[in-house]
Write a protein that binds this ligand. Sequence first.
Ligand code: SAH
Length: 248
Amino acid sequence: MGSPEKTGKLYLIGAGPGDPELLTLKAVRALGECDVILYDRLISSRVLQHARADAELVYVGKHEGQQERTQQQIFDLIARHALAGRTVGRLKGGDPFVFGRGGEEWALALEHGIEVELIPGVSSAIAVPALAGIPLTYRGVSQSFAVVTAHCREGRAEDWARYAKIDTLVVLMGVKNRAFIAQSLIAAGRDGEEPVAFIERGTLAEERIITATLADVAFGGVKVHSPAVFVIGEVVKLLPLLNSGRQR
Ligand code: SAH
């Protein structure tokens, strides 16, 4: 590798939830500066079009069961390229700090003396329900929301008790464990009649919205495919009102 005169830079870039128009101007500018872009699953090719024609694009999406190995490889790639003087873009879905391990990559870069610039992204947790017609807060209906992940939580029902009293719950990576989550929330005191929605592939042409009750999900009666945002709370009742007038 040698010892280059100048250490490169790491951009941690949020790509937004899917629709390429939801990129920030900063993300577009940074993508055009990168020599190497390490991009995740769920990143649209229309977002990658903002890369320079000569940039190296490396897919580093994670698959179930090998997350840790892949994360180590990502750390190695960031360090190797940046220490060789390149500008590295780490492009992540939504916002890099919302279940994106952006903080860990930032810390790693600092350890190696690599300059870091974070470019926040529009998180699917907020934008996907909103564009479907579900605001996470609404006067008189919901004053609080929490964004939680269902990943690796199976078998730990007690963890869900702390979410029983939050008005709106947004669950990411929750499709596979949805019945378990719903059962745990009902066991923790949430009403089985509470409305829920899954928004599959939100902001994209293939978007699908599925509504049900928490009990329907608990009984395994709701078909959904990943990726989807799972929203639980009275705000889901606003969907028919807001969705009918939305611009697609
Ligand atoms: N950092 C990302 C979230 C990463 S976790 C963000 O801020 O959006 C990945 C999860 O996000 C998926 O399992 C799914 O729950 C959700 N997700 C991301 N993009 C989505 C989309 N376009 N439609 C529905 N869910 C999405």
